[in-house]
Design a binder for this molecule. Structure first.
Ligand code: ZN
Length: 173
């Protein structure tokens, strides 16, 4: 990684962790996903609303944890909001490759997210960066209707666990 990208990486992560975009509740979101990364103590709560074609009409997040997990969530929501289903699928794949594959600089469509390749050298940080993306991906694999539902995902078991009751009661902090 060049010094220039390293500096940009620091700058973007600091900026987004201090002033996260799309941070907050989405009152009319029917779909919520909670992801946690016990290794670092990161938590991400995604609230998602799909349009009629299964595109991502709106997405917001709350959570707490390290700067990388929060910055990654902030950048992700900016990137995915308003995207069609196929674009979202493509971006999820591209970001995964970016932070795990040494040989790619990532497609231009990733924009600022390309600086996140800085986590590659640190496997624990890859988990932090991937947390919001894994949560979003798991959600996208499930059915895409706006019916009220809630899922929990943890990097420790990598399985979606439906809540024990059908209503999402876990409030963001
Ligand atoms: Zn973390």
């Amino acid at each position: 990684m060049t010094t220039e990208i390293e500096e940009l990486y620091q700058e973007v992560i600091l900026d987004h962790s201090r002033r996260p975009r799309n941070f907050g509740e989405l009152p009319d979101a029917a779909v919520r996903v909670h992801g946690d990364n016990p290794a670092c103590g990161d938590e991400i709560h995604l609230a998602v609303k799909f349009d009629a074609d299964g595109g991502l009409e709106d997405i917001k997040f709350t959570g707490r944890g390290c700067a990388i997990s929060q910055a990654s969530a902030s950048l992700m929501t900016m990137k995915l909001k308003g995207k069609s289903r196929s674009d979202v699928t493509e971006l999820l794949r591209a970001f995964h490759d970016l932070v795990t594959d040494e040989t790619t600089e990532g497609p231009k469509t990733l924009g600022d997210l390309r600086v996140m390749q800085g986590v590659r050298k640190f496997p624990q940080r890859v988990k932090c960066a991937m947390l919001p993306w894994r949560a979003a991906k798991q959600r996208f694999r499930q059915n895409r209707s706006n019916r009220a539902r809630c899922f929990t995902w943890s990097s420790s078991d990598s399985k979606m666990r439906p809540p024990s009751i059908g209503v999402c009661t876990k409030k963001a902090e």
